[in-house]
Design a protein. Structure first.
Ligand code: ADP
Ligand code: ZN
Length: 738
């Protein structure tokens, strides 16, 4: 892979006769040489260049090599009307590429994922009251003038105006001809309203004020640094880091707040508006294309001060970024598992270190990585130890399932049901938590024992009864629920095994027939709005019993909720994943944190068959430091992250033998890895051995901290040409170790 060059001695401006090297998002492993555009251009300029018969967008990266026939070199077509890519952004893409071993063209694609970049500066027409008099009065014309008069000096689009006046567009156009209505051109992409740092500040508790003070002065320094903000759920972490955002605004710098889940943004936007007087820019996959383009451009011109977004917001072209908040920093959804494999938390730290910004990692249950960095003194630490106001942390108790009298096919123990009943009588809410989507994880034929699996993946199909379909949670494939077993063709023998959130809802309905149920699972909502409505309704007391997956574990405020029942606390403890304990600990603490967030004290009950398990005991004891220390010791002992380095190599292809052959060849020719003392494990079937019809095989590489792992990996994997449909992907710091 040819290295895009970054040479600080290169010129910043290229004259018309110079050769420039252009990076494009096309899957090519090199920069392309062009003659600079007419009139020359600056380094970092976004340009349009001819490539074969097409024109593509690229960035002027440096000086062209010119090591082939100059007469064949074409000219850059034109410079686009957007702010050039800043030096720090180019450095960020390069370093991120080096770290994740992702080609530069793929990094650029992340940074330019916005439609209409090459469109001319787009204008649109707006309409407002003019001076002229109409030649004659009609009912329709009068309505148009009434609307314009009613809204004073406001301007409308043609559609808005004709809709509001209930007339056709031609009526408005007719009035324009006579000068009664004025037609004007205005830029389509407009700046966001200014946020006011002094607008709606709250009175902070002494604890919170001290935290806000510390973060504020860190932001004021204007240099890179990371703070781990740990605080129990409901302690006011959000209030505290919003003060850091305020400080950033006062300094005229931009702030980015990353959230792990789109579903959280709506509630969050409301809070930001209450604090700063208007809404910030919102960036995630649910945002329209026009709005994306507006945000991309405004972020680059300083017309957007604060962005609330998903991990891809890290790749926006900030003009002057001063703060990145990573909320719920432990959340596994920050790790992108498709395409470019990166962890947004790590990338946030990298981005900030290059532009002199402060990073705030906020969590009630930090990742072991961040915890270790704070212990080592690399991150500053801030703690909020008590909940805001009267709210106190819930009591936590185990329900020992070995001594509960529960018929098969039932999952709510009598002890738990009794507690729910008591809440119903008091008008309080209960949450039954199960981290499994769908009706039942297994569909089994009682005649032959066959379990229905996905045709394309090594995964079971999960029954989703509300949709009356089977769904593969790996690839998304769905099919109707069959009447007969696909294997033995006997009818009426297919049976659900095990609980999912839908089945639990059914059980709750029969246990508490008069209760109002709300089911919160990502499958059941067609849109972010529907989910938001449902969450709002629950928060206002619109449900008595909430049945939910991990969707509810994240940051919602349900003031009436006083009981959380975890149906299967053992679920995450099975399997051989080294991070299982950490995840279970975080999830259980988060879920428990949902209850008792206001005056009423909460209770969290964990149904478990192994109450003596160290993780369950640490959760119940609320002994966070004890848990982290024990977990850190185990990882240190095993030499795995954060105390050692790991990389996963995923090989895939349609022919299993070929995939394994490549894996074996890699494992044999490991000289470059041995040179840095790294070890290779595998090849072995990947955690999911088949996805979308492709076989997947994994190699794991383990190395000491501080060795040049990426360079060695590059040499190692570069030894082989990938033939046919074989693919190789490198996953630095994989989520699953074994
Ligand atoms: P966390 O982010 O730590 O879970 P939040 O910032 O969401 O905590 O605070 C929990 C609840 O307490 C929110 O409803 C928040 O508005 C409220 N709250 C926290 N601190 C204050 C404060 N100083 N004044 C008023 N309300 C507060
Ligand atoms: Zn599948």
């Amino acid at each position: 892979i040819a290295e895009p060059r970054i040479d600080v001695n290169e010129p910043e401006h290229f004259a018309e006769d110079a050769l420039v090297a252009v990076l494009t998002a096309q899957p090519l492993d090199r920069l392309l040489d062009y003659k600079a555009p007419e009139g020359g251009c600056f380094r970092g300029a976004f340009v349009e260049v001819p490539l074969g018969p097409r024109k593509v967008v690229g960035v002027v990266w440096g000086t062209g090599r010119g090591d082939y026939d100059r007469t064949k070199i074409r000219r850059v077509s034109r410079v686009l009307d957007v702010a050039p890519m800043r030096e720090e952004m180019r450095a960020f893409l390069k370093k991120a590429s080096d770290y994740t071993l992702t080609p530069m063209h793929a990094m650029l694609r992340l940074a330019t994922r916005v439609p209409g970049l090459s469109d001319p500066p787009s204008m649109r027409k707006i309409y407002r009251m003019g001076e002229g008099q109409p030649d004659r009065d009609t009912e329709a014309r009068r309505r148009v003038l009434e609307v314009l008069a009613e809204y004073g000096g406001l301007a409308f689009t043609l559609k808005e105006l004709s809709d509001m006046a209930n007339v056709t567009a031609s009526v408005v156009k007719g009035l324009v001809k006579q000068g009664v209505v004025r037609e004007e051109d205005t830029p389509r992409d407009t700046p966001f309203r200014k946020l006011d740092p002094e607008f709606g500040g709250k009175d902070l508790t002494p604890d919170q004020a001290a935290g806000a003070q510390a973060l504020g002065s860190a932001v004021r320094q204007g240099t890179y640094g990371t703070t781990l903000l740990r605080g129990v759920t409901g302690s006011g972490k959000t209030e505290v880091y919003l003060e850091a955002v305020a400080e950033c605004l006062r300094m005229g710098r931009q702030a980015l707040v990353l959230l792990p889940e789109i579903a959280l943004t709506a509630e969050f936007l409301t809070r930001v508006e209450a604090r700063f007087g208007c809404q910030p820019a919102e960036w995630h996959s649910g945002v329209t294309m026009t709005e994306r383009r507006r945000i991309w451009k405004m972020v680059g011109q300083g017309g957007a001060q604060v962005v609330i977004g998903a991990r891809s917001a890290l790749f926006l072209p900030y003009q002057n970024l001063g703060l990145i908040v990573v909320d719920e920093e432990h959340d596994t959804s920050y790790k992108q598992e498709d395409g470019v494999l990166y962890n947004a938390r790590d990338m946030a730290v990298l981005r900030a270190s290059l532009c002199g910004a402060r990073v705030v990692l906020a969590s009630a249950t930090p990742s072991l990585e961040s915890w270790a960095n704070a212990e080592a003194g690399k991150y500053d630490r801030l703690e909020l130890t008590s909940r805001f106001g009267e709210a106190v942390l819930p009591d936590m108790r185990a329900i020992d399932m070995r001594s509960e009298d529960l018929p098969s096919g039932r999952w709510v123990s009598p002890s738990l049901a009794k507690q729910v009943q008591a809440r119903l009588e008091k008008g309080e809410q209960s949450l039954l938590f199960i981290n499994r989507r769908g009706y039942a994880p297994i569909t089994l034929c009682r005649a032959c024992g066959h379990q229905i699996g996905c045709d394309h993946c090594d995964a079971r199909m999960v029954e989703h009864r509300f949709q009356n379909r089977l769904v593969c949670h790996q690839c998304g494939e769905t099919k109707p629920m069959p009447d007969a077993c696909p294997s033995c063709h006997v009818e009426g023998k297919l049976a659900p095994v095990g609980p999912g959130v839908e089945r639990l809802a059914e059980e709750a309905q029969s246990l508490f027939p008069d209760a109002r149920l709300a089911v919160l699972s990502s499958d059941l909502f067609g849109s972010a709005r529907a989910l938001k409505d449902s969450i709002n309704s629950i928060a206002q007391g619109g449900a008595d019993v909430i049945i939910g997956t991990q969707l509810v574990a994240k940051g919602h405020n349900f003031p009436l909720l006083t009981l959380v029942g975890v149906i299967d606390a053992d679920l995450g403890l099975q399997g051989s994943d080294l991070r299982a304990a950490e995840r279970t600990f975080q999830l259980m603490r988060q879920v428990a944190g949902r209850s008792g967030r206001s005056e009423r004290k909460g209770l969290a009950l964990l149904q478990t068959f192994q109450p003596e398990h160290p993780v369950i005991r640490a959760i119940l004891a609320g002994d966070e430091d004890g848990f982290w220390n024990a977990e850190a010791n185990e990882r240190r002992h095993a030499g795995v992250p954060p105390y050692g380095r790991m990389a996963g190599i995923i090989l895939s292809g349609s022919d299993l033998q070929q995939v394994f052959d490549l894996g074996n060849a890699l494992a044999r020719q490991d000289a470059s890895l041995r040179a840095i003392g790294a070890q290779v494990f595998g090849p072995a079937p990947a955690p999911i051995a088949r996805v979308r019809g492709r076989h997947r095989v994994r190699l794991l590489v383990k190395a000491d901290k501080g060795v040049p792992l990426q360079g060695a990996l590059k040499t190692w994997t570069g030894q082989f040409q990938l033939r046919g449909d074989l693919r190789l992907a490198v996953d630095i710091d994989p989520q699953n170790f074994f």
